[in-house]
Design a protein around this ligand. Structure first.
Ligand code: COA
Length: 723
């Protein structure tokens, strides 16, 4: 194994290079190498300046997250960075790629910083539920002031080198070759007689770092990082920089950081970091198949989903043909897209020029012939399988034989639609989430005959669209009936109705929320309890936003309940039948006043619930918050276990990614399967078995859950055993 650090001499200049692919994470061996290098160079009187740079695609992109569970490993980043800062020769950091976390902190400990214009620098620790722990909270305020430092730490998103130079974080932009430019800069410093410039020696500018500012920034951070403690802890650490000496401040930072790295919040967010990356690795998928080139996309249907997908594609620089059968619907779709972009310009998310460029990429049309010569067709028409089959049936006579074909269906049998296209091997499901230009999740549905090439292309597309692509299967590995499954996808003719996310939501989460209404809990009571658990939005506020007609239509068209119609969705369906379609119509589970989006409890809904409960013979009672939480969250775990056993999802982490990126499950709990592991599967199983005894078949414990609980294993262990 080559050492991850090396020293090269150019006369009186020493260049220390870190080479630890893929992202030069500051692992224990990097720290040891860097410390040894700094100790020897500090003693060497023939050295006049040191440059610290990285090989490969980036400067150090952070501490090595894989080491976070291992406790303190010497030398610590603090020891190494102090050695860098105490070097008696000027030390220059040369940045390219992403200098993140411990990488940014290393740069801060250097005396001077130069960067290529494309470099990005930032402290994203809060996204991992931790705070910068290698001096970042103490050095950054000394360099750019406490106010701006707190902003950067709370925003947790990197800034570009030009902006970094503007605020004093970068001293020099290197336009040409970084290695040559950094050496020239170091020589310039030697020539000027510029000595070491330790950041720790600078005073902290606390101007504007007052309670009102802190409160406001903290509130914004909490909105983005629901349920996290880390933002408050970051404030505590930056405050320490304004009140204590540098060394005392470092002690305070270390104390907080060490405690927080072991917190449940940090463990959950670490799990999601790796789970999101693991999701791109599909078991059995050939690594050697290159993806198809995608540049022109046809999107069929200009409704909410179609236009959102069109916007997402244009944002990624793809050319879009937006096809709609109805002229009015097309012009509404295009107008809505323009409005989305105008609002983004208004909020300074994009510039007016970017809006013009992106709109110019989108071309609307009424004829299906616009699919000619495209690389990808995405169908986004309403959930009507016959309509979808008709559309794909027609594509056979058009000129798009090389294109990847995709349906945005959220529930229907992909294999049936794929068969109608005549090209099932080129067919995938691309299940976007609404609003498609905002939501990060893309469920990629693999049909029985989907080729490796189609799947690899869909995964590459997800990356290009800046989505988290998670591959799920359309149907179980073996027919469920053969395995005697009472419930689950088998009931719906062989495919997993709703794939992973919607199946768990409809048949787990919403089933229980709806049932609890009949048993006695009001919609706002249930919403509040689940929001307290950490969901972005309670189920009834969410249903009202999505539109109650959507769920009713999907239930009616699926024919799931033709044979055996359980009562639990009756409230939702009856509201829809009465024209209470949700927020868009001013009333659903809640009422809405004057076009506002604030849900207000509605006595009419209460009366309907009471009437239905009477009719169904359900005795109403007081339901407490704890019961609401267990009744709604545990079915996710149980259904998730069935989905894993059926092979619909490949790993528990994939389910966690789906639920945290697509359904507002609290990230600080790591997703339903990670949450289950943290509760202990034996406890979860016992509770579900109790509910099964009390409430009947929909609570039948999943065999996999039972097996793991009885053998004292977790979903994570089960997943590792199968790798
Ligand atoms: N520690 C350990 N492994 C890391 C890592 C870190 N800090 N950052 C990235 N990796 C790994 C990823 O897990 C991935 O491994 P895999 O290929 O086995 O899945 C690999 O490096 C590439 O990362 P990926 O995110 O897929 O590459 P990218 O080019 O899309 O993004 C970064 C690169 C650096 C922007 C991104 O990985 C990132 O944001 N990393 C975390 C940075 C961070 O939060 N640092 C602060 C930590 S304290």
């Amino acid at each position: 194994m080559p050492l991850p650090t090396s020293i090269r001499r150019e006369g009186s200049l020493a260049i220390v290079t870190i080479d630890n692919p893929p992202v030069n994470a500051m692992s224990a061996s990097v720290r040891a190498g860097l410390l040894a290098a700094m100790q020897s160079l500090s003693r060497d009187s023939s050295v006049e300046a040191v440059v610290i740079a990285c090989a490969g695609r980036t400067f150090v992109a952070g501490a090595d997250i894989r080491e976070f569970d291992s406790g303190v490993i010497e030398p610590t980043a603090r020891q190494v960075l102090n050695a860098v800062e105490r070097c008696p020769h000027p030390v220059v950091a040369a940045l390219h790629g992403t200098a993140l976390g411990a990488g940014a902190e290393l740069a801060l400990a250097c005396h001077y910083r130069c960067a290529v214009p494309g470099a990005r620098i930032g402290l994203p620790e809060l996204t991992l539920g931790i705070i910068p722990g290698a001096g970042g909270t103490q050095r950054l305020p000394r360099l750019i002031g406490a106010r701006r430092a707190l902003e950067l730490i709370l925003e947790a998103s990197p800034i570009g080198a030009t902006e970094a130079q503007r605020i004093g974080l970068i001293d020099r932009l290197i336009q040409d070759d970084l290695a040559t430019g950094a050496v020239a800069y170091a020589r310039e410093l030697i020539g000027e007689g510029a000595g070491p410039r330790p950041t720790s020696g600078l005073p902290v500018d606390s101007d504007g770092f007052d309670d009102a500012f802190i409160e406001q920034r903290l509130a914004a951070a909490h909105k983005r990082m629901r349920g996290q403690r880390a933002p408050d802890l970051a404030v505590e650490a930056v405050r320490a920089a304004t009140q204590l000496s540098f060394e005392e401040g470092l002690d305070r930072e270390a104390q907080i950081a060490l405690r927080q790295v072991k917190s449940a919040e940090a463990k959950a967010l670490r799990h999601l970091f790796f789970a999101e990356r693991a999701a791109a690795r599909v078991p059995g998928l050939s690594q050697s198949v290159p993806p198809l080139m995608i540049q022109r996309v046809a999107i069929i249907g200009a409704g909410t989903m179609g236009r959102g997908i069109a916007g997402t594609c244009a944002d990624a620089g793809l050319q879009v043909e937006l096809i709609e059968a109805d002229a009015q619907a097309l012009s509404n779709g295009l107008a809505a897209l323009r409005a989305i972009y105008e609002s983004a310009v208004g909020r300074e998310r994009i510039t007016a020029e970017q809006m013009t460029e992106r709109l110019a990429l989108i071309h609307g049309g009424l004829a299906l012939e616009a699919v000619n010569d495209v690389d990808l067709v995405i169908e986004a028409v309403p959930e009507d399988i016959e309509l979808k089959k008709r559309i794909f049936g027609r594509l056979g006579s058009l000129n798009c034989a090389g294109a990847l074909l995709a349906s945005n269906t959220s529930t229907l049998d992909l294999d049936e639609i794929a068969a109608a296209s005549g090209r099932p091997e080129s067919f995938v499901g691309l299940h976007f989430f609404s609003p498609a230009h905002v939501m990060r999740l893309l469920e990629i549905v693999r049909g029985r005959r989907t080729s490796d090439e189609a799947l690899v292309t869909a995964l590459a597309l997800a990356k290009r669209l800046r989505k988290v692509g998670v591959v799920v299967a359309n149907s179980a590995r073996e027919p469920l009936a053969a395995r005697g499954s009472e419930i689950g996808s088998g009931e719906r003719g062989g495919h997993s109705f709703g794939f992973v996310g919607n199946r768990m939501m409809l048949e787990g989460y919403l089933r229980e929320a709806d049932q609890l209404l009949l048993e006695g809990a009001a919609p706002d009571r249930i919403d509040r309890a689940l929001e307290r658990f950490g969901f972005a939005m309670g189920p009834f506020t969410m249903s009202d936003m999505a539109g109650l007609d959507v769920a009713l239509k999907s239930r009616e068209s699926s024919g799931i309940r033709a044979r055996r119609r359980p009562p639990y969705h009756e409230v939702a369906d009856e509201l829809a039948r009465r024209g209470r379609l949700g927020q868009k119509g001013g009333a659903g589970f809640y009422r809405y006043e004057g076009g506002a989006r604030t849900p207000l409890p509605d006595p009419e809904t209460t009366a309907l619930i009471e009437e239905l409960a009477r009719r169904l013979g359900i005795e109403r009672r007081t339901v407490n918050d704890e019961e609401i939480e267990v009744r709604c969250v545990y079915p996710l775990i149980n259904e998730g276990a069935k989905i894993l056993a059926e092979g619909i999802a490949y790993r528990p982490g994939d389910i966690d990614v789906i639920w945290t990126t697509g359904y507002g499950f609290p990230r600080v709990r790591g997703g339903p399967m990670f949450y289950a592991d943290s509760l202990g599967l034996a406890n979860v199983y016992e509770e579900i078995a109790r509910l099964y005894a009390r409430l009947g078949q929909y609570w039948q414990p999943a065999p996999l859950l039972k097996e793991l609980a009885e053998s004292g294993r977790s979903f994570a262990q089960w997943s590792n055993e199968r790798q």
